[in-house]
Each structure stands twice: as C-alpha cells, then as structure tokens.
Design a protein around this ligand. Structure first.
Ligand SMILES: [Zn+2]
Length: 701
C-alpha cells in the first residue's frame, strides 16, 4: 500500500494541480493476446515448494451493479499442513470492517483513510455469510451428504469461526462450501464502489493461516493491518453487466455474453488472494515485456498517463527480476481508479495493483527533478514491488509489516537507482540539495525514533503516527545504511539469496536477519583506523548487532564533532596570562601565524551522541590541505585523533552512508581559527536539512 499523510496529500495536490498539463490521449494499440497459463514457463518460475499450495478455490460471483452487491458462492478445499488435528477454522470477513462505526478498523481510523472519509451509513459495506457446509468425501471421487456447519462472528465482525463436524488430521484436506453476500462500501479505503466503478477486494471469506505448531493466525482487521493468507489456485466466474470492462488476478479464460449480462471466467495459480475490478468506462491498453502481458485499465481522463506507467513497469521488472528472482506470473494488471475513487489507489493484490495519476507532465516537478518521486509513476514502482514482498514471499503483514512495506520501499530506492543512477531522487536548488537518503532521514525527525520496526501492525498507534516513518522509511534507512557499510554487491547478493530461498515460503524477520548475517559472514571489515597503517587495526561491523539495534530497538545513530584543538605539541600545563592580561587555564594557545609551525599538533574529539553503536568514517582536512580518512568503531562514547599539525576541519560520515542518522548539522566543524575565513560555506551546505524539512517533509511512500 502507498501511505501518504492526508494533510500533506492535500498540500501536494494543490501544488501538482497548479503545474499539471496533460498530454494527448495515445491511440489504443493492438491488444496483446491473453496468455494460456497464469504462470510463466516452469523454468522461469523456478522451484515451487511442495508445501506452498494449501488452498484450492472455485468461486462464482454475481455483481448487482445498482445495489453494489455481490452474491457469491465459494467452494474451498483446504489442506492441513500442521502437525496437529483441527476441529475449527477461523476466517477473515474483511468487508465487515466497514459495517458499523464500532468495528476495530473504523474505531481506530475514526472513519478516515489517507484523507478519504467514510460517508453516511448508506455508503457502508459488509459481508454476510449465509451458509457454511461440508461435502462428505466417500472416496473414489464420490461425494456424500452435505453437512451444515455452525459458524459465528468474533467480538469484532471482521473475523468468524467455523466449527467442523469432525477433526481434520495433519495432511488431510477438507472441502467447504460458503454462501455469502458482499455489499461494497462507497470507496474510501481501498475497496468499494464510486459510480459504476467497482473495486472488489478482500470480498470473500478467507481462512486464517495455520502454522506448523497448530496455532492459527487470523487477526482482526485493524487500521494498519494488511493481509496474510496461504497460496492456492483459483477458478472464478464473474457475472457482470455486459458493458463492464473487467480486470482480475490471473488470466481470463473465457467469456459468454447472455443478453445484458456477461459471464467471465478467470484462473489464477499460486496466489494468496483474488481481486477484481469492473468499470464500463475503462479504456484498456496492453503491452508486454519479457513474456509478461501488461494490462492497464484507465478512465479516459488518465489515458495520457499510459506510457509513463508502462515504462515504469518495465523498468521495475528489469530492476527487480535480477535482484529478487523472476516474476512468476504471466500477467500484471495496472488499475487506474477514476478521480472519484482515489481512495482505491495505491494498493497491491496478486498480479494486479492500483496506481495513481501522473500529475506532472513536463512542468515544475520535472524542473525540480522529483517527478519520479511524487507522481503516480512512483506509485507504480511501489505497488509492483509488492508483487515480490507481498505476492511471492508473502510474509505475515500483520505480525511483521516491515518485511513487506519496508523491504519494498528499500527495493523502490534500488529500482530508481537502477533506472536513473544514484542521484535518482536528487533535488537541487542552487547551493541546496537533498537526495533519497535525505527523504529517509527527514522521516526520522517524525515518530520513527519512538517505535521499534519489528512490531506488529497494531503496535503503531495512529496518534503516535509512526507507522509510515518507521515501517516504510526507517526500515529503508536500516537496510540502506547496512548496504552502504558492507558494500552494495555483498548486500545485494545476501538479499537475493533470501528472496530465492523463501519464494512462496512466508519468511519471517528471523529468516531475513539470518540470510543477511550468513550472506555477510557475520562480521564485515569496514575499514582501518588509519588506512595508511593497516597495523593499527581493522574496524568491523557486527551484522547481527547492527540488525538488533536497527530492527529491535529505538536506538538512534547520532555522531557529532565535539572539538578541534590546535595547540603546541608539547607544552606545560598551568596558568598563563593572555595578551589581554587575563588568566587562562590548560595549554597555552597558539598565537597568530602558528598554524603549521613545527611543534604544533591538532587534536580532534568526536562524540557518539546516539545510543546506536556503528562504525563511522571521519574525514579530516589538515592545515596543509592534506585530507585524511579514518574509521572509528563507535564503541566508546568519544574518540580522540591526533595529528602532527593543526586541523582545519572535520566531517563525520562524509559519504552520507548512514541513512539512519538524521541530526547531521553537527557532523562537521571548522577550526575556530578558520571560522572567520570559511565559517559559512559548510553550514550553508548542510542547511538543506532545514530547507528540505520545510519543503517536502513527510511526502513519502
Ligand atoms: Zn506499500
């Protein structure tokens, strides 16, 4: 999901509306034929774990457009992959979040989502399960009687429990029939209708996930919680008004027009959800890349955006496939909700996602160089990225949302760097400038330092406001800081191993941490204390220690230059009178013209002001303009460096590797004796921090 803060959205919208000017509508190209299989060739998909497929679905759904209601029937075969027998099955009824003011979701959100508000009761939605039954399996493919099963909603109506008439043993399967009615809300939070546009998502009863030890994961649907489900195959028949243009998870396998209705059949394989969209006004554009059919469904007013999104989609595939393995499915559908349904934009579903408009055709944002950062093109990069972290890896988004949103946001940075180079996000206005790293840093000024990344979705209170800055951007900061310290090649290889090893495997945070520790061999040499003299020792980064601090604590990276002292190399301590006749303590000061004189020394004291222990590079410019680089382990509170001549200036983390460090104004210092001559240029150089806060604070994924 793309997380934008409501008030800032409005701010951005005003700016973007002021600069927007739209290009012409491109002609609709020859349609690309629908693939014959929802999966790409087996050698492209790669190995599929035997345990991956837990569910098999047959769903039929009829849309009553006027009532915004779906009459559905699902036959669901579920396999018990745990070590224990179960006699109950919990289900999600996500649509019930929008049923009343006192549901967990509505109470937490106060009825608002990304600036879009729920309207009156007439606009609310629900899912009503009418009947659950089990068909007895007599063996040899014969079916016996239908057994009606009891079921009841939980204290919050977004969950229900089905009571089975007999235990299902480990390895055994059960087949349930579910009759349900889903009423779509007026769209304000991802799913629902606006006029004839229908975004049908999280719309059918979905069972929880049974872990190997026999515990179920079936969380109440709350404001920050997203989704977690088992993989399976889907055959779905959609009965819709004949003039509807429909998009859905998977491939379309057939269609039959019957009067003013059309029945469309779809098939999806190895996915954990099925979403669909219908709107008679959609214009359909198709393209392809690397054998993948790319379908875009756009309202006519957004048709000029089609090529920008296609190119972004292609660039994202070209970046992510080498990094994280092949995209396994044969289609991807990009849905552009109409402006009346903006609350549906920026959301991911398997092989289908919703995006947002491109506001910036060649105008101010282009000049500023941030068009890829704040326009709908970035939404396409972000939402497609979820196909990997949410779609293929499919971690538990409730328990560890950072594994999806955070790792995906980090991968978006890499996509933009692959596409536009390391300064992809750079914005420069005169002497001021800031980059993608600064966007992440800026967000740490928000609530990110108050909350631990590795926490479940409910730990992030909307009042504290740290979900976006912590889960999305602080995770990005942790990973990019690690990548900068250990080197891009080593980090990228370790992350690729994680992505390949856990395809279709629901990895946990522990799996990712293990993959990074193993891939980076636990300790990484990040430099010598004095590169001219390797004997003085190597500084190591302990990867496990870094991840523990970054992911499981609120420790803050913050270094500062405490002091530059230029003085006589050998002197006698004591009291001296200055030229003005004042008694002063300590070493006698250097007089005018003493810089570089024999017998003088420069002493630098740097200070780890934050509680996050991490190595940091120190750049020292000496009086003779020689530049010296040192690495400090950061283990002690302070560190002292001595030079046999005076020091002109000091800068900590000169390359900006520590994305997590947000207080950087004190990272450099100019010797007091030089302030008069050059005391302004570097503070001005760092003033981007303040300027950037004022300019773009909080506009982020
Ligand atoms: Zn997202």
């Amino acid at each position: 999901m793309l997380l934008l803060r409501a008030r800032r959205c409005r701010w951005a919208a005003i700016l973007l509306a002021a600069v927007g000017c739209r290009a012409d509508v491109p002609p609709v190209p020859e349609p690309v034929p629908e693939p014959t299989s929802p999966l790409r060739d087996a050698e492209v998909v790669g190995p599929i774990p035997a345990a991956a497929r837990v569910l098999d679905w047959d769903i039929s759904a009829r849309l009553d457009e006027g009532a915004h209601r779906i009459d559905g029937h699902a036959r669901m075969r579920w396999r018990n992959t745990s070590r224990v027998a179960v006699d109950r099955m919990p289900f999600h009824l996500y649509m019930n979040a929008f049923r009343a003011e006192d549901t967990a979701w509505m109470a937490e959100s106060r009825g608002e989502h990304r600036g879009h508000a729920a309207r009156d009761r007439g606009g609310w939605g629900y899912i009503d399960v009418a009947k659950v039954s089990r068909r007895q399996d007599l063996g040899d493919g014969r079916e016996g009687d239908v057994v009606a099963l009891g079921f009841h909603e939980g204290a919050d109506p977004s969950v229900m429990e089905v009571v089975l008439d007999r235990p299902i043993a480990p390895g055994e399967s059960v087949e349930l029939d579910l009759d349900f009615v889903t009423k779509l809300p007026e769209v304000f939070a991802r799913t629902g209708h606006a006029g004839r546009f229908h975004m049908v998502a999280q719309w059918y009863p979905k069972p929880g996930v049974l872990h190997e030890d026999g515990t179920w994961r079936n969380h109440v649907f709350t404001f920050h919680s997203e989704f977690y489900a088992d993989f399976g195959d889907y055959d779905v028949e959609l009965d819709v008004p004949a003039d509807m243009v429909v998009g859905a998870t998977g491939i379309q396998t057939g269609s039959v027009v019957d009067g003013d209705r059309e029945r469309l059949t779809w098939r999806a394989e190895l996915v954990h959800d099925f979403a669909w969209v219908a709107d008679p006004d959609f214009v359909e554009y198709t393209g392809s890349h690397d054998g993948i059919k790319i379908r875009q469904l756009l309202p006519p007013e957004y048709a000029p955006d089609v090529d920008a999104h296609l190119q972004a989609q292609i660039a994202t595939l070209d970046s992510m496939q080498p990094r994280f393995g092949s995209y396994p499915w044969s289609t991807i559908t990009i849905v552009h909700p109409p402006s009346s349904a903006a609350g549906a934009g920026g959301m991911e579903y398997p092989t289908l996602f919703t995006t947002s408009p491109v506001y910036d055709r060649g105008a101010l944002l282009g000049l500023l160089g941030v068009q890829e950062r704040v326009s709908g093109v970035f939404t396409t990069v972000h939402e497609f990225g979820h196909q990997y972290f949410q779609g293929i890896l499919a971690s538990d988004e409730f328990t560890q949302p950072w594994l999806d949103e955070g790792m995906n946001t980090m991968s978006n940075v890499l996509v933009l760097e692959d596409r536009y180079g390391p300064d992809a996000w750079a914005l420069r206005i005169g002497p001021l400038g800031f980059t993608g790293a600064d966007f992440v840093r800026l967000s740490q000024h928000d609530a990110a330092t108050l909350q631990v990344i590795d926490a479940d979705a409910d730990a992030f209170s909307p009042v504290v406001g740290g979900y976006g800055s912590t889960v999305y951007r602080k995770t990005t900061g942790v990973m990019m800081t690690l990548r900068n310290l250990v080197g891009a090649a080593a980090f990228d290889a370790a992350l690729r191993s994680y992505a390949l090893e856990h395809r279709f495997g629901h990895p946990t945070g522990a799996d990712l941490e293990r993959a990074l520790r193993d891939g980076l061999h636990d300790r990484v040499a990040v430099g010598h204390r004095d590169p001219d003299d390797p004997e003085t020792g190597t500084v190591f980064l302990d990867v496990g220690e870094f991840l523990t601090q970054g992911l499981h604590s609120t420790a803050v990276i913050d270094f500062r230059v405490h002091a530059i002292v230029n003085r006589r190399a050998q002197g006698h301590a004591g009291w001296h009178r200055s030229e003005a006749g004042v008694l002063i303590g300590g070493d006698p000061p250097l007089g005018d013209g003493a810089e570089g004189a024999p017998g003088t020394e420069g002493v630098v004291v740097v200070h780890r002001a934050g509680d996050f222990v991490v190595p940091v590079e120190i750049e020292v410019v000496l009086a003779d303009d020689a530049v010296v680089h040192r690495v400090w382990s950061g283990r002690s509170p302070t560190h002292t460096l001595r030079f046999n001549q005076p020091v002109a200036r000091v800068r900590l983390d000169p390359a900006g590797k520590l994305w997590l460090e947000h207080h950087r104004l004190d990272n450099h210092r100019v010797a007091a004796s030089l302030v008069g001559e050059d005391g302004l240029s570097e503070p001005v150089g760092d003033a981007y921090e303040g300027a950037a806060i004022a300019l773009l604070a909080g506009v982020g994924p």
